[in-house]
Design a protein around this ligand. Sequence first.
Ligand code: C5P
Length: 300
Amino acid sequence: MANRVFAPAKINLTLHVTGRRSDGYHLLDSLVSFAPVGDWLTVAPGDGLTLEVSGPEAAGVPDDMSNLALRAAALLAGHEGAALTLEKNLPAASGIGGGSADAAAALRGIATLSGEIPQGFLELPDLLMHRHAERILGLGADVPMCVLSHPLRARGIGERLGLVTLPDIAAVLVNPRLPVPTPAVFKALETRDNPPMPDTLPEFPDAASLIGFLARMRNDLEAPALKVEPGIRAVLDALAGQGGCGLARMSGSGATCFGLFLSEDDARAAAQALTEAHPGWWVASGVLGDCSELALPRPQ
Ligand code: C5P
């Protein structure tokens, strides 16, 4: 039976670059949450592996084996094959996990196709990570966290994951439609041994306490991304200038930035204002938090 799988956007609330491995990959310490804004993947039984891409952000997204969703599907599909249909709503190469979220959705969808997989809270991602951790990481450093789609702290190159409890928080996501290649941003990084976050994270009784903590932390890729793409500055400034915005920061290696708000109404108003002022920008709003249930495959 076919299923439909949601691929939520990944948001790096913080991203500290704390070192570099001998293979060139960077060591990170990142607090990550997920947005109820994302792509939709339909996974159906099929002959061989096929992918069709549609949706508002489909332009330029490959439908061959260079697409991470197809590569992920190939990991688990075995001889049965699968037909994937991807509705692309997240801009590509934008620091919010797009391709990684699609790959993770493909893994959840294919695993469910076989009918053997439990459907309970986090059971499916746990099982996938338990059986295939190395191969999933091999798809990309952000794929394991997208498999979980639950707030977490990521260390190592993104494979050491610890679930965290975070208060829900309203956010506006803005991408200026300037694709930024991740390797170029890491290359432009000047300091690679920045301090990590505190070993023990404080408790966050409410969204205000979370914003206060985040404001003292960093995204170490923001400065190098601004060098690669100076247009990101206008996005950060526009978000910070919205009424009720408590923090404006870039996610991942950019160019998508997010603004955090204590009030959902303020976030919605900000999204509306930004859409009107910048018709060329991609703008979305939603409450960041646990998207693990939302990301479970549902029968179609
Ligand atoms: O793993 P992924 O394919 O997402 O990474 C893309 C590129 O980003 C890598 O080739 C590498 O240049 C850089 N990267 C890194 N350290 C990480 C993750 C990514 O240097 N932890």
